[in-house]
Design a protein around this ligand. Structure first.
Ligand code: AMP
Length: 586
């Protein structure tokens, strides 16, 4: 098949902004494409060689493409640079330069789709010493035989910017028209795409086997499923009404979504955008192997945890593990993570995506053996809106972003690739930074784990309620302490150890060691939130909820100048919370 068929279609697509016309041009192209090439034509049209989850990159920098244009055309690099500056587009640069090329065009071999695809495939596969020269040589071989218009798209493909503006849904429309003809079969193709995330594979299936073939496509371990997405509401009653009166309330963990595919011996991890991220999380791979012993596809949120306290940490932490190619071993140790599983999409030979949610969840619990890194997400089924608000406080004080409330109806299937009302996210309506540091009293300590074994790993901190003359807890803090701080604190706190909770301390938590309230530490946090587990300002804002500091960290300042009674008061904490709210509602 001539590559010019493709480049001519692209020219026409570029000349229109109407989706229907784009679709028609694609249909035309697909009709001219032999079945055995349709997957390659689709990938090339998407500007790639394989579906995204295969992670194959051409790896061409602009500079190298310019060099290939230079060698392929014989024009000076100054001239090429000048045109590139003028057009800002490598494709147009290649087109203009090659249109000036004086050559015996009759002797040129015309480019075929096969040749273009295989050459790019070789480019993608050349690695190691001499790879750059090989890549450039291969690209030059394409330019040598390309017409100016073909060169435009080849150059753009090399740098990964095809700029055609074709959405996946437009390709699906065109495939439906070209191979099935009936519009109402589009949903079958959509489902095929949603459970394979591979338009090339889908196109090949429909080309060779028609709509029956598409309907026979099965969820397969190793091929990512396009994730189900959530809608958002900000009122618990409205949420439950939307869900028919009852919902499964779950923590909305603040991390990275991971879809794990467990084969007999192999685990693959895919991100929300379906990139293969297996190599970035070897710790999760090992833990999953220990936890799940059947062939399965599970989904969960991966969150960073403080290795010493086991507390979950904000998204910024796990994002440092993301996209890493080097020093993986070091970051695995520095930023340990946990995976909270919330769904099961496949196990043994069963596609679970069409089962109702509670059935999937029940099976998930059966096949997962929880361990240090793999847990099942927190869940509670409720019909009561005010219960949702209580869970929200609990979620926030446990370091989560909010709640996910899911349909428990009999039709609550896993809607791959769709945003819908079967999942509703409920985040707090406000978010603000804490404007200032606070000075808090150490009233208890927790033994450290991991690197902090033999020391304290975290401390229970309290504000002072001057009306009741009592210290009320606002956070558990294990962050911001250097090794020296921890050593020093072990000694410093020795003198304050008592065998039971101090009578002037009000706490719902039970630390390993109780302390006489004396030492004051300066602490910074992200924000002040409602919390069912801390006692400062209990029931002032909401019944049975106190106020807590979210993501607290020690600033390094020991406020030895302050006595425990000089610590930040609970009134001040309340004031800070109210100011925060005002700031948001402004
Ligand atoms: P958002 O990214 O704000 O649209 O929220 C949806 C995301 O929340 C999902 O893609 C997951 O990454 C994440 N998430 C955290 N906890 C859960 C949970 N229990 N169930 C579903 N998604 C969750």
């Amino acid at each position: 098949m001539k590559y010019s068929l493709i480049s001519d279609t692209y020219e026409k697509i570029e000349a229109t902004s109407k989706r229907l016309e784009m679709t028609d041009h694609l249909v035309d192209l697909f009709n001219k494409t032999p079945n055995e090439l349709i997957d390659k034509v689709i990938y090339l049209t998407q500007g790639k060689l394989y579906p995204d989850y295969k992670g194959v990159e051409l790896g061409f920098a602009e500079k190298l493409t310019l060099k290939a244009i230079n060698i392929g055309s014989g024009r000076s690099s100054n001239e090429i640079q000048r045109i590139y500056k003028e057009t800002g587009d490598l494709g147009k640069t290649a087109e203009r330069i090659l249109s000036k090329k004086t050559q015996l065009s009759l002797l040129k071999e015309s480019l075929t789709v096969e040749k273009v695809y295989h050459t790019f495939d070789k480019i993608a596969n050349s690695t190691g010493a001499g790879a750059i020269e090989t890549k450039v040589r291969l690209l030059v071989s394409l330019f040598n035989n390309a017409t100016p218009s073909e060169a435009k798209y080849i150059a753009r493909m090399a740098v990964g910017k095809l700029r055609l503006g074709i959405a996946d849904m437009t390709i699906l429309d065109a495939l439906t028209i070209a191979y099935v003809g009936e519009k109402d079969t589009k949903k079958d193709l959509e489902r095929g795409y949603d459970i394979t995330s591979d338009l090339g594979y889908l196109a090949r299936t429909v080309a060779f086997e028609g709509i029956e073939g598409v309907n026979n496509i099965k969820v397969t371990v190793g091929r990512p499923i396009r994730p189900m997405l959530a809608e958002r509401l900000s009122d618990p009653k409205e949420i439950l009404d939307k869900l028919g009166g009852e919902g499964s309330v779950e923590y909305k963990y603040d991390g990275l979504r991971i879809q794990a595919h467990m084969d007999t011996n192999e685990v693959s991890l895919f991100s929300r955008r379906l990139e293969n991220i297996t190599d970035q999380f070897p710790d999760i791979v090992d833990s999953l192997k220990n936890s799940i012993k059947v062939k399965a596809i599970v989904e969960g949120e991966c969150v960073a945890v403080n290795p010493n306290t086991g507390e979950t940490l904000p998204f910024q932490m796990i994002s440092q593990r993301r996209g890493r190619k080097y020093e993986i071993k070091r970051v695995v140790e520095e930023i340990p993570v946990m995976l909270f599983l919330f769904d099961l999409l496949f196990f043994n030979k069963n596609d679970c995506t069409l089962s109702p949610y509670l059935k999937r969840r029940k099976k998930l619990k059966e096949i997962v053996k929880e361990n240090e890194r793999i847990k099942i997400s927190w869940q509670h089924i409720t019909k009561k809106p005010d219960e949702i608000d209580k869970f929200m406080d609990k979620a926030i004080s446990d370091g989560c972003e909010g709640l996910m409330i899911k349909s428990v109806d009999s039709d609550s299937i896993y809607k791959a690739g769709a945003r819908g009302w079967a999942w509703i996210k409920y985040k707090r309506g406000y978010k603000a930074e804490m404007a200032d540091t606070v000075d808090l009293v150490v009233v208890g300590a927790f033994y450290g784990r991991g690197k902090r074994a033999g020391q304290y790993g975290a401390f229970l901190l309290a504000a002072y309620d001057d009306e009741e003359d009592i210290f009320k807890t606002v956070c558990k803090c294990g962050t911001g302490f250097t090794d020296d701080d921890l050593k020093e604190l072990l000694e410093k706190l020795n003198q304050y150890i008592i065998s039971h909770k101090h009578p002037r301390v009000d706490s719902k938590l039970d630390p390993d060691v109780w302390l006489n309230p004396s030492l004051v530490l300066e602490v910074m946090g992200d924000e002040i939130t409602l919390s069912p587990i801390h006692t400062a300002c209990t029931s002032v804002i909401r019944a049975e909820s106190g106020l807590a500091i979210r993501f607290p960290r020690f600033t390094g300042n020991y406020r030895t100048d302050k006595s425990a009674e000089d610590a930040t008061s609970t009134k001040e904490i309340l004031e800070m919370y109210r100011k925060q709210l005002k700031k948001i509602s402004k």
